[in-house]
Design a protein around this ligand. Structure first.
Ligand code: ZN
Length: 83
């Protein structure tokens, strides 16, 4: 099973979707809890992580978070391109 809850972070944390420290203190984020071997994804144990508002937005579930202050697009770039 999988469960997602919208929470307000009390500390900075890493987003499991973009793998960046995109969640800051006071930010709303989705807390995702996955039971062992959900969908055969191969996680042997319980998986728990946070997803930032930008990612939620990207994947069409931003309305779930419905942040009061619109997230700054500049804070969410897929990856810095180095050249
Ligand atoms: Zn993210």
């Amino acid at each position: 099973m999988i469960r997602a809850t919208v929470r307000t972070s009390r500390k900075p944390r890493r987003c499991i979707t973009c793998d960046r420290p995109a969640i800051k203190t006071g930010d709303r984020y989705r807390e995702i809890v996955m039971s062992p071997n959900h969908n055969g994804l191969g996680y042997p144990g319980w998986m728990r992580g946070g997803e930032c508002a930008s990612c939620a937005d990207t994947y069409g579930r931003g309305f779930l978070i419905n942040n009061t202050n619109p997230s700054n697009p500049a804070t969410h770039q897929p990856a810095e391109s180095t050249r």
